[in-house]
Write a protein that binds this ligand. Structure first.
Ligand code: NAP
Length: 381
C-alpha cells in the first residue's frame, strides 16, 4: 500500500539556544538511503524525520540527512540532503545501474551512511552483505534477512561484528517494543533463555477474538481484510508464515540457529483449498466448534509463536481466559521470555505491536543506534 507525497512539514519546534549553537559545531552528518519512502512505514518515517531531525541533531549531535529515497518506481537523490517530502517529480524513473552508482558515490563521499529498508523485499535483503562489507550500515523493518537463510543471517552478523558497520532490525518483531534488544541483553550477560512465546500477529488476534465474539470464521477474516489488518490476500496471514518468520528471528536472537523450515506451522486454513472469496461452511463449522469448546472449558483461542527445547512452533492454542496471552487486544503484541533467572515468573514485554507510526518510531530508534555505531567506527562517536 502506498501513501501520497504531502508537502514539507516545518522541522524546527524550538528557538535556538546557546546549547544548540554548541551542538551545531559538534554535528556529524549521517546519510540515509531510504527504501520504500512511499509505503506506510516509509511515509510515517519521513513524517518523523521532518518533525524530529532538528531536535535529534541538537540533542545528540547526529545530523540525519536524507541522501536518497527510492522504490521500484523511482529514485530521488541529493548529496546535500533531500527534503523529507520531495515532490513527485523529484523521483526519476529507475534505471539498471542507479543502485550500484548510488552505492559507489556513497562510498566515495565518505559520509557515514546507512540503508533504511522499509520494504518487504527479498532482493534488497540480498544487498545487505555487500553494503556492510563496504561500511554502509543497514536499519529497517524488513524481516527477510532476519528470517531468511541461516547462512545469510550468519554472514550478516559476522560482517556487522567484524567490520563494525551496524545491522539493526528491532522492529521486525513487535514494532517498537524492545523485544530483540532484550533478548540480546540477556544473552550478553550470559543468562540462559529457556523458552519464548508470544502473541505477535495483529491479524490473527483480530480474527480469533471476533470468533469468540460470535462472528463466523470467514466473516472475521473478511472484516480483518476490510480493516486493512491482513495482507491483500488473507491466506498469507492464515498460513501463519509471517508469524513463523517472527519466531525464527526471535529464536536466532536467543542464540538458537533455526531455519525457517524448522518451524512447525499449523496453518489456520488449507491455503490451496480455502479461498476468502468462496469460504466453505466446513471451515466455519470447524472453527465455531473449536471456539465454543474452548469457551466451555474457560479457555480462549490464541495464535501463539513459541520456541523451547522441543523446537519452534506456530499454532492456535487454547489458553486460560485469565492468561496474559488471552488478554492481548487487536493491534497489541505480548512476548513472554522464560530464562534461568526469570523462570517461575517470566519476563513480559507487551504493547502496540504494529502500525506504521509506531513502527517508524522504532526504525528511527534503530537509525540513531546505527548512527552512533557508524560514527564510533570512524572515531567520531
Ligand atoms: N505496516 C506495519 O504496521 C508494519 C509493522 C512492522 C513491520 N512492518 C514491515 O515494514 C515493511 C514495510 O511495510 P509497509 O506496511 O510500509 O509496506 P508497504 O506500504 O507495502 O510499503 C512497502 C514499499 O516498499 C517499496 N518496495 C518494494 N520492493 C522494493 C524494492 N525492491 N526496492 C525499493 N522499494 C521497494 C514499495 O514500493 P514499490 O512497489 O513502488 O516498489 C512500497 O512503497 C514490511 O517489511 C513490513 O513487514 C510493517
Amino acid at each position: 500500500m502506498s501513501v501520497p507525497l504531502p508537502r514539507l512539514i516545518a522541522s524546527s519546534r524550538h528557538a535556538p539556544t546557546l546549547r544548540d549553537a554548541v551542538a551545531a559545531v559538534r554535528r556529524r552528518p549521517v546519510d540515509l538511503l531510504l527504501a520504500g519512502p512511499r509505503g506506510q512505514v516509509g511515509g510515517a518515517l519521513r513524517r518523523l524525520l521532518a518533525r524530529e531531525a532538528a531536535g535529534i541533531a541538537a540533542r545528540t549531535g547526529v545530523a540525519l540527512r536524507l541522501r536518497a529515497a527510492f522504490d521500484r518506481r523511482g529514485m530521488a537523490q541529493d548529496p546535500a540532503g533531500l527534503d523529507p517530502f520531495p515532490a513527485a517529480a523529484a523521483f526519476a524513473p529507475r534505471h539498471p545501474r542507479d543502485w550500484a552508482d548510488l552505492v559507489e558515490q556513497t562510498v566515495d563521499h565518505g559520509t557515514p551512511t546507512m540503508l533504511v529498508d522499509c520494504t518487504a523485499s527479498e532482493s534488497l535483503a540480498d544487498e545487505y552483505a555487500g553494503l556492510l562489507a563496504v561500511g554502509i550500515g543497514v536499519a529497517g523493518a524488513n524481516k527477510r534477512a532476519g528470517a531468511g537463510s541461516l547462512a545469510r543471517w550468519t554472514q550478516l552478523q559476522e560482517l556487522a561484528a567484524n567490520g563494525g558497520a551496524p545491522w539493526r532490525y528491532e522492529t521486525t518483531v513487535g514494532a517498537a517494543l524492545p523485544v530483540l534488544s532484550t533478548l540480546r541483553a540477556l544473552r550478553l550477560r550470559g543468562e540462559r533463555i529457556l523458552a519464548i512465546e508470544g502473541v505477535l500477529s495483529g491479524s490473527l488476534s483480530y480474527v480469533l477474538s471476533r470468533l469468540h465474539e460470535g462472528a463466523s470464521f470467514s466473516g472475521s477474516v473478511a472484516e480483518a481484510r476490510a480493516k486493512g489488518y491482513t495482507e491483500p490476500d488473507p491466506r498469507e496471514d492464515l498460513a501463519a508464515r509471517d508469524l513463523a518468520r517472527k519466531i525464527v528471528i526471535l529464536a536466532r536472537e536467543a542464540g538458537v540457529p533455526v531455519e525457517a523450515d524448522d518451524v512447525a506451522i499449523e496453518p489456520l486454513v488449507d491455503p490451496v483449498a480455502w479461498s476468502p472469496d468462496a469460504p466453505d461452511g466446513a471451515t466455519d463449522f470447524r472453527w465455531r466448534v473449536r471456539a465454543d469448546d474452548a469457551e466451555a472449558r474457560g479457555r480462549r483461542l490464541v495464535a501463539v509463536a513459541s520456541w523451547d527445547v522441543d523446537g519452534a512452533r506456530v499454532a492456535v492454542r487454547d489458553v486460560p481466559q485469565d492468561s496474559p496471552l488471552a488478554r492481548v487486544r487487536a493491534g497489541e503484541n505480548l512476548l513472554r521470555i522464560r530464562t534461568e533467572f526469570h523462570d517461575a515468573l517470566p519476563l513480559l514485554i507487551g504493547g502496540p505491536g504494529a502500525g506504521p507510526e509506531v513502527t517508524a518510531a522504532g526504525v528511527l530508534g534503530d537509525i540513531l543506534s546505527a548512527s552512533r555505531a557508524l560514527l564510533a567506527r570512524r572515531g567520531g562517536g
